[in-house]
Design a protein around this ligand. Structure first.
Ligand SMILES: Cc1ncc(COP(=O)(O)O)c(C=O)c1O
Length: 436
């Protein structure tokens, strides 16, 4: 048995002065306590108890090049002496914005922010200002950050969520004012008929429809063929903007994110996480006529740390690697991801465990279900969560770190030997599950 004695002791000590002992509630989802890590390198993390973990959490997505990637670290280190923040512009922003507009579908202009949560807020404000409408339509199971406006029906308990064809908005946290719920319409995802009916019920009221184009947070679920195009068309027909939240999928499922992959282009898109390979950077990208409202209509967006020198340097260096040889790194990551997905599915069959492996090769999830792989949030939460938790715990014991939903983020540092090591560990973990 691995020991976590030092993590447990540090957690107890930390709780005395750091509220709840963590800096993000998401970090409670680790066993036996929020773990303390000493360092990360490539695909591995080293915790304070001396345990080594092959890491498939990757900081919840950003570490697309693995931990402490040398080209990014070197570029950031070289920039440190230039200063950090000038409350003014600097040339790296020009260069990065130019490159991003070249790479991202529908990105006529971009605006930098620091976290995904804030960038979502900017997009929602722009959509409201542009359309003159107040209501936002979002989907059940989609996470768009923890703000009052967005943390609604991200993981609603089904006994509070109303009927599947007309869900009621559920505040995700105490402290979210009821007034916000009145401006939020929630629909089931991956079903054009449900969306069409929701838009009809709120004719002329919806400023934008926001979604994760691949629903990663509520289960790694790809859109059904034609779904994204259908959403875009419905948005057009109803005069609502189509907003794609690519905070996870951006620079992860390909250089141009999910939109390039599914050949679609939203009116506004939000990117963060992988774009700066671990440094804090987020952005809204999209139509010039909408984004120009920041200047022309005085739509307010601020942020002390936006466009800081080190995040710009990190993103430019990360893009140098990601863009090399026409995005060759993505082809390698895809191949390894497919190998891992197939390997895990085969192990499920070997151990007679009802298991579905679904998602994209660089971000997927293992679902414990005898039925088909889930298509939406409600089907995702109907899968066996106790089994997922047991698998998470068994994998951790074998030196593989996935989150408690058993989601797998891949990086370029997950090479062939790491994949082989992972599958050997998963074999032992599944044998343990099968025994119990
Ligand atoms: C799809 C999506 N949108 C927005 C966010 C919020 O980003 P941040 O944690 O940087 O505020 C996240 C975070 O996980 C996310 O997954």
């Amino acid at each position: 048995m691995r020991s976590y004695a030092k993590s447990i002791a540090l957690y107890e000590k930390t709780k005395k002065h750091l509220a709840g002992g963590v800096s993000s509630n998401v970090r409670y989802s680790s066993t036996p306590v929020p773990l303390f890590f000493a360092r990360g390198e490539g695909a591995r993390l080293y915790d304070v108890d001396g345990n080594v973990h092959i890491d498939y959490v990757l900081g919840n997505g950003p570490a697309i090049l693995g931990h402490a990637p040398k080209p990014v670290i070197d570029a950031v280190a070289a920039s440190l002496g230039e200063g950090q923040l000038f409350a003014a512009q600097h040339p790296r922003e020009t260069e990065l914005a130019e490159r991003l507009c070249r790479l991202l579908p529908g990105a006529e202009v971009v605006r930098f922010a620091t976290s995904g949560t804030e960038a979502v807020l900017m997009a929602l404000r722009l959509a409201r200002a542009f359309t003159g409408r107040d209501k936002i339509l979002k989907f059940e199971g989609h996470y768009h950050g923890w703000s009052d406006q967005a943390y609604i029906s991200a993981r609603p308990p089904l006994n509070e969520a109303g009927p599947a064809d007309a869900p009621v908005p559920v505040a995700g946290s105490p402290g979210i004012p009821a007034s916000v719920l009145g401006d939020t319409v929630v629909a089931g995802w991956n079903d054009l008929d449900l969306l069409s009916r929701a838009l009809d019920r709120h004719k002329g009221e919806i400023a934008c429809v926001i979604m994760e184009p691949v629903m990663v947070n509520g289960g790694a679920i790809p859109p059904r063929p034609g779904y994204l195009e259908g959403v875009r068309d419905l948005c057009r027909a109803h005069g609502a903007l189509f907003v794609c939240d690519e905070v996870i999928t951006g620079f992860r499922v390909g250089l141009g994110g999910a939109q390039a992959r599914f050949r679609i282009s939203a009116d506004l898109s939000i990117y963060a996480k992988a774009v700066a390979a671990g440094f804090p950077l987020a952005m809204v990208a999209g139509r010039r006529d909408v984004m120009d409202a920041l200047l022309d209509k005085g739509v307010m967006h601020g942020g002390t740390y936006n466009g800081n020198v080190q995040s710009m340097a990190a993103a430019l260096a990360a893009l140098d690697v990601l863009e090399r040889d026409g995005g060759a790194i993505y082809r390698t990551m895809e191949a390894r991801g497919k190998q891992l997905m197939a390997g895990l599915a085969a192990l499920g069959a070997k151990h007679k465990i009802a298991l579905r492996v679904q998602g994209m090769p660089t971000i997927f999830q293992t679902f414990f279900t005898k039925g088909p792989a889930p298509n939406n949030y409600r089907e995702s939460v109907a899968c066996d969560r106790d089994m997922a938790l047991a698998f998470h715990t068994a994998l951790q014991e074998e030196g593989v770190r996935v989150n408690q939903q058993t989601k797998w983020f891949l990086s370029a540092a997950h090479d062939e030997p790491i994949i082989a090591e992972t599958l050997a560990a998963a074999d032992c973990a599944m044998a343990m599950l099968a025994r119990h």
